[in-house]
Design a protein around this ligand. Structure first.
Ligand code: SAM
Length: 289
């Protein structure tokens, strides 16, 4: 039996190419094309855009994207075993799918994609859980901003999704929340139950969408902000006048200049507070030079 894209059902593809899921590669495969088409429909203007997909595996999300009208999908997959299955999709879709075997962490996406010819690039991926956060940090710390991609539509464990969208004074709020929110909008679109995967993971997943904003004129340097945020959350229960000491010998003048209470803790600071704090630290760094 064939699916309505003319290709065999995902379970048959998995059997045909003997794609037994490997834990070391964070493999949990989707098999429901209705679900992957739902993910694809959340990508703006998919027909006119270029899609960059990390970890297509046997191709459930890739096929969902192509069935929804994507005309150019560039996919990076580390597992050799999946490449033949992906070639079947590429053939069936007249080469609209370009396959690259390799590690997405090391990929220089801009040279891989080449000239986008004025088209938007969207990153869409069911990320492997073992490198998912590292890839997100790679994309969110891109310089210069706005970055080369228009949006990120990503699948994460629900707990990671909640960290990305978290607000101050919650347990989930931390480095990832500030890093993602200070120059992008973040939203959880919907949840995906464990049973949607082969094999089912231990936890529920979610689809999250991240849309970069224009950089505001008073945006601190990315590296400076990252340093401040990492230092502050490293000891999240300590007051900032103490937790920032490993970075700034006397944090009090900078906290005062940023109008932040020196007894506040990292988890109480809004993204705007962190931005002001990083700007004051940046000013001090320039003054010391
Ligand atoms: N997209 C498929 C789906 O939705 O069924 C597979 C998702 S599975 C969670 C993650 C995929 O990422 C696997 O196919 C795995 O081999 C691949 N992968 C793991 N680490 C990778 C890396 N560093 N670079 C590229 N692909 C990677």
């Amino acid at each position: 039996m064939k699916n309505n894209d003319g290709l065999p059902p995902l379970r048959d593809v998995i059997n045909k190419y003997d794609l037994k899921a490997k834990k070391t590669l964070g493999q949990n495969f989707l098999t429901d094309l209705n679900l992957t088409r739902k993910i694809a429909r959340s990508v703006e203007n998919i027909e006119q855009s270029i899609i960059y997909e990390v970890g297509p595996g046997p191709g459930a999300l890739t096929r969902g994207l192509l069935m929804t009208g994507a005309n150019r999908v560039i996919a990076v997959e580390m597992d050799k075993r999946c490449i033949s299955a992906l070639h079947d999709i590429s053939t069936s879709y007249d080469g609209k799918l370009e396959i690259h075997e390799g590690d997405a962490m090391k990929m220089d996406e801009i040279s891989l994609i080449g000239d986008p010819e004025g088209r938007d690039i969207h990153i869409v991926s069911n990320l492997p859980y073992n490198v998912g956060t590292a890839l997100l940090v790679k994309w969110m710390t891109y310089t210069p901003w706005k970055p080369w991609f228009k949006s990120l539509t990503l699948m994460f464990q629900k707990e990671v999704g909640e960290r990305i969208i978290a607000q101050p004074n919650t347990k989930a709020y931390g480095r990832l929340s500030v890093l993602c929110q200070y120059r992008a909008d973040t939203e959880i679109l919907f949840e995906i139950p464990r049973q949607a995967f082969v094999p089912p993971p231990k936890v529920t997943s979610c689809i999250i969408q991240i849309t970069p904003r224009e950089e505001a004129p008073d945006t601190p340097n990315q590296r400076i902000l990252e340093k401040i945020v990492a230092t502050a959350f490293n000891q999240r229960r300590k007051m900032l006048r103490a937790s920032l000491k490993s970075l700034i010998s006397d944090p009090i003048p900078i906290l005062n200049a940023a109008k932040i209470d020196e007894t506040a803790r990292a988890e109480e600071l809004s993204v705007t507070d962190f931005r002001r704090l990083a700007l004051e630290y940046q000013k001090q760094q320039h003054a010391d030079k």
